[in-house]
Design a protein around this ligand. Structure first.
Ligand code: PTT
Ligand code: SF4
Length: 623
């Protein structure tokens, strides 16, 4: 049965090398069986890029994908997935950005864009219902994101949807991200560097076509019902006041606030950079993504003569650019965050590599000779800003750090790997897990490396009992991976209404019904999510050419040294406990002891062809 709306039915395929484009039909199979966003991205990348492709070569493809609910009257539906093979991890990479881009793309008549090849000189793409223009970007190459966005809107449409890179992406900083609308970021796995490697400064969409919907009255009714539910939810006022920044106080309370390169779980100055002080002293306005009834964007203005900035702030930015660097001054965090946004580099990885460099410096693993005299001590704000500039420009030690913490630590040697806080090459986001084994498992088994986007189980774990070791923990990780990493990344809508305000998940099949005319159950969606996870895992194995259980381990620092203060003082992860949880996780996923999907698991999801692919490269698969 075909669908009647939600998806618009066309995928745009652009070849930058040839300056040409074509349309591809969105087949029934792709729509129904892979839904959208991350589902389409992994299917395309697995089937269309050659194994072991260099992520920064023209042979890597970029997939920018919406889903059946993107851009419709569905709460918080302004999200879009940006995916490619990651230059930071060499595995599957993606990110999810909230902006008007997805909506404008669908109004232009496309569900997704696939970008191949490499332009001869810098370009930006302008997509409308009239076709695709390849516009020169020579005049904006080298410019920051904020100025670029202003210029592009003047050259196209004020209301256009934009995805832009800054000098970070142009200079192939491995954790360069894609930016939009003054403070939205997506693709911390280096999607900005993939743009840069293709000489692609921006992708812009502006459309005027109506997105088809199976039951418009039903959609409107569900939307109003949902909107009322959300704005009347308990916690709404605090959410729109503080958004994700409220997490600072919570993390400090439970001892998981990353401090001094994830050495401690509490920070003495946490309350100077928390949600409450932000609202009282720094917050200037609130903004949000398209069609969001619970806008969480905190726009802050600094209050210092020396540190002047104006930026959109989220929890991760405070944690990684504040406490993780020993910086307890909001003004400095604002300036560092603003710099990262304008240059288009991921704040999480930036804060991580800088924290790593500071710890290396304090331990004597790098010296003044390496840093050209920069005193890289925790809390040194001037040094942090200078180091950020060196990373973006790839100057001196910045060039090494721009490769990410895994590569930098391997190069530095002398035990530096032990203080490099990453999983599979992706730097850890804002939760210290010395005393949180389930959250460590979530990082260890995340589909893109250490990111909280899928299984943010830490709040549940603190309620359930951090010391407990039982099947409930891997089961919770998988449940969240299905919902967050699966359903929301395929639909593609924001997960925060559900997480933060308890908006019921069973609304999503209802929205799918009125949008597309098709019946889905939550269980069917979760089965598709499990298939997506299996294929993502197969992609990693194929790209690495082998697989080791150790790749699913959290950073060794959490096993080896314990925080000295706060609720997690004295806690270390136990190897035995982690292995136990990992075994249970693999068993529940139908993967073997090394984390390789079993043949029976791949067959269950109709991925029989993957068995042959992996066997061809010498991987042994269990029955
Ligand atoms: C996401 C990661 C996050 S996750 C944050 S803050 W967070 C950081 N924000 C950055 C930033 O800002 N500037 C910058 N230069 N780099 C940044 N890197 C970091 O990027 C974001 C919100 C947030 S705020 C979160 S949790 C939720 N993420 C969602 C998701 O992943 N999927 C989904 N379906 N819904 C989500 N809703 C929430 O969206 P990456 P955004 Mg981002 C300034 O993409 O690569 O996953 O990195 O999208 O539009 O900025 O909204 O406490
Ligand atoms: Fe965007 Fe925040 Fe709304 Fe989610 S809750 S759609 S991140 S404004």
């Amino acid at each position: 049965m075909s669908w009647k709306g939600g998806w618009v039915g066309k995928i745009l395929v652009v070849d930058l090398s040839k300056k040409s484009y074509s349309n591809m039909e969105l087949t029934k199979e792709l729509a129904r069986d892979w839904i959208g966003g991350r589902g389409w991205a992994i299917k395309w990348l697995y089937e269309n890029i050659k194994p072991k492709t260099d992520p920064l070569s023209p042979m890597n493809d970029l997939v920018i994908a919406t889903g059946p609910l993107t851009g419709l009257l569905v709460p918080s539906s302004g999200k879009v997935v940006i995916a490619a093979k990651s230059p930071l991890t060499n595995g599957y990479g993606d990110g999810n950005i909230g902006s008007h881009f997805g909506y404008q793309l669908k109004q232009s008549g496309y569900d997704a864009v696939i970008i191949r090849g490499k332009a001869k000189a810098p370009v930006y793409l302008y997509i409308t219902p009239n076709g695709v223009e390849f516009r020169s970007a020579e005049h904006i190459w080298g410019k920051g994101v904020f100025e670029t966005e202003y210029i592009i809107r003047r050259e196209t449409e004020k209301e256009a949807g934009t995805l832009i890179i800054g000098p970070g992406g142009e200079n192939l900083v491995k954790f360069a991200t894609v930016m939009s609308e003054h403070g939205r970021a997506g693709g911390r796995t280096g999607m900005g560097a993939v743009f840069g490697s293709k000489n692609l400064k921006a992708v812009v969409a502006y459309g005027w076509k109506t997105i088809p919907v199976a039951d418009p009255d039903g959609l409107l009714e569900l939307y109003w019902e949902s909107k009322l539910r959300i704005i009347k939810a308990e916690g709404y006022k605090k959410w729109i006041d503080q958004g994700t920044v409220m997490t600072v106080e919570w993390c400090q309370e439970v001892g998981t606030f990353p401090t001094f390169n994830f050495s401690e779980g509490v920070f003495d100055d946490a309350y100077k950079i928390g949600g409450e002080v932000m609202v009282k002293e720094y917050k200037y306005l609130r903004k949000g993504c398209m069609s969001c009834p619970m806008p969480c964007g905190n726009v802050l203005i600094s209050k210092s003569e020396k540190w002047r900035g104006f930026v959109e702030m989220d929890y991760e930015n405070v944690a990684l650019l504040g406490s993780n660097l020993g910086i307890g001054d909001y003004n400095v965090v604002i300036v560092l965050n603003q710099y990262a946004d304008d240059m288009g580099v991921d704040t999480i990885s930036l804060g991580n590599v800088m924290g790593f460099a500071m710890e290396c410096y304090e331990k004597g693993l790098i010296t003044n000779k390496d840093t050209k005299g920069l005193e890289l001590k925790f809390g040194n704000a001037e040094a942090a800003l200078k180091l950020a500039e060196m990373i973006v420009k790839r100057e001196g030690i910045g060039d090494l750090l721009a490769e990410g913490v895994r590569a930098a630590s391997e190069k530095i040697g002398k035990g530096a790997q032990k203080i490099a806080v990453h999983v599979k090459g992706l730097e850890v986001s804002g939760y210290d897990c010395h005393g949180a084994p389930a959250m460590a498992l979530a990082y260890g088994t995340s589909e893109i490396g250490a990111h909280h986007k899928s299984a943010w189980v830490i709040a549940w774990e603190m309620r359930y009992g951090r010391e407990k070791v039982d099947k409930a923990k891997p089961d919770k990780v998988i449940e969240f991976q299905r919902i967050r990493g699966g359903m929301f990344e395929m639909l593609t809508t924001c997960r925060l209404p559900w997480i933060e305000l308890g908006y019921p998940l069973d609304y999503y099949p209802k929205f799918l019904k009125v949008a597309t005319g098709l019946d889905f159950t939550l269980d069917q969606i979760y089965t598709i999510a499990d298939k997506v996870y299996a294929l993502i895992r197969a992609f990693w194995i194929r790209e690495y050419g082998h697989w080791k259980r150790e790749y699913d381990y959290p950073p060794s620092k959490w096993f080896e040294t314990a925080p000295t203060k706060g609720p997690s003082a004295g806690m270390k992860l136990s190897k035995e406990v982690y292995d136990n949880l990992l075994d249970m996780y693999y068993e529940a996923r139908g993967w073997d002891k090394n984390g390789i999907p079993r043949k029976s698991t791949l067959k269950k999801y109709g991925l029989d062809y993957v068995i042959e692919d992996l066997e061809k490269i010498g991987i042994t698969l269990s029955e």
